[in-house]
Design a binder for this molecule. Structure first.
Ligand SMILES: C=CC1=C(C)c2cc3[nH]c(cc4nc(cc5[nH]c(cc1n2)c(C)c5CCC(=O)O)C(CCC(=O)O)=C4C)c(C)c3C=C
Ligand code: FE2
Ligand code: FE2
Length: 345
């Protein structure tokens, strides 16, 4: 380290280290273990976030601590066990997010001042842990990449909240940038179309239609101004155009309802049930709002909704994998990151 020795003054001042830029991929988070205790810890943190449950009043606190955290964890633990990565003893969301970070890092060879890392908004590795690690490695600039193609306060904004929460405790803060939602980026729409076509080519049947299922959210959040729904619509419209499909062949639905409020409609499970009852026999489902496969895609869609379809007369069902760490998936993140790093490279 170079040391500048002042002529006057009390102490030698170290020269600034060469600048490094941290790139932090962040996804939602997931339990550390697939038992009731692990899921309870995760759900407590997640459902106590006012960006997720906006009304954190006394009734919610009573319901959360009195009912939800005493009943839901055991049920959800069973669901997590069905999809758990037993080799690594972790949830698929973690395995895939790590692979995305490693492959993004590999795609940036020759740019040694870039340091790529990954974190979970809830659970581990925590954003605090990874941001502090990037700062320790000399990153004076930080690009946070919320892995959500469509913005919502419940996902993207809470990542920013947490980044600022960590930064407010640092004396020497890195300069911060956050990538924007990429719901109609050409690379993303192309990647979705490619992955759908590639997957359909592997199937022994041709689906009569494709359902594009997005994670839902309370209708009330949209009425307060959340742009999530309109960005989901824009993604599906761009995908229809790119694939030459109309709104009868590529449907838009919302999954993962929680609680008793009205959520965004049409609901995925009800739509799939009705399609089967109306005589649709072969169906494929794509989940463009998830950058990585997780409980909501691998269990809720590929297992639960497949069962609903078959139970109501369907014959062939296929859940199309998310973009994950496929070449197309990494290309989407790579292009987004390179664009948003402009001026920092
Ligand atoms: C209760 C309110 C919820 C809102 C609003 C919400 C929005 C939202 N979530 C995702 C992405 C994911 N959610 C996942 C799981 C999950 N989501 C909720 C609740 C809300 N999500 C719960 C309670 C859970 C846990 C499982 C359960 O108990 O049902 C996951 C999967 C995590 C995993 O471990 O695999 C993802 C990913 C988005 C994109 C979104 C925005 C609208
Ligand atoms: Fe969710
Ligand atoms: Fe779910």
């Amino acid at each position: 380290m170079t040391v500048i020795v002042p002529i006057h003054g009390p102490a030698p001042v170290p020269a600034p280290e060469p600048e490094r830029v941290g790139v932090l991929l962040v996804n939602l988070g997931t339990p550390d273990t697939c038992d009731t205790k692990g899921v309870r810890i995760y759900l407590r943190e997640f459902l106590s976030d006012p960006r997720v449950i906006e009304n954190q009043g006394i009734f919610w606190k009573l319901a959360l601590n009195g009912i939800i955290l005493n009943t839901r964890p055991a049920r959800k633990a069973k669901d997590y066990q069905k999809i758990w990565n037993t080799e690594k003893n972790e949830s698929p969301l973690k395995t895939i997010t790590r692979a995305q970070a490693e492959k993004l890092g590999a795609s940036l060879t020759g740019r040694s001042h870039l340091v790529v890392d990954w974190a979970m908004r809830y659970g581990n590795p925590s954003m605090r842990d990874r941001i502090e690690a990037l700062v320790r490695q000399g990153c004076s600039r930080l690009l946070v990449v919320p892995l959500y193609p469509q913005y919502s306060a419940a996902t993207s904004a809470t990542v920013c909240d947490q980044a600022f929460r960590v930064l407010r405790e640092l004396r020497a803060q890195p300069t911060l940038r956050v990538t924007p939602p990429y719901f109609r980026d050409v690379a993303y729409i192309d990647a979705l179309a490619n992955s759908i076509n590639k997957h359909l080519a592997t199937l022994p049947f041709e689906p009569e239609m494709i359902v594009a299922s997005f994670h839902g959210m309370p209708q009330a959040y949209i009425e307060k101004g959340d742009p999530y729904q309109s960005q989901c619509v824009a993604t599906v419209e761009a995908l229809r155009e790119r694939m030459g499909l109309d709104d009868k062949k590529l449907l838009l639905t919302f999954q993962s309802r929680f609680g008793f409020d009205q959520w965004l409609q049409p609901y995925t499970d009800k739509t799939i049930e009705k399609l089967a009852k109306d005589g649709v026999r072969k169906l494929a489902v794509v989940m463009p709002g998830f950058a990585a496969d997780c409980l909501e895609t691998l269990e809720e869609i590929a297992q639960e909704n497949a069962e609903i379809f078959m139970h109501n007369g369907g014959e062939e069902f296929s859940a199309i994998p998310c973009l994950n760490d496929s070449d197309d998936g990494i290309d989407v993140i790579h292009q987004l990151v390179m664009r948003e790093l402009q001026g920092w490279l």
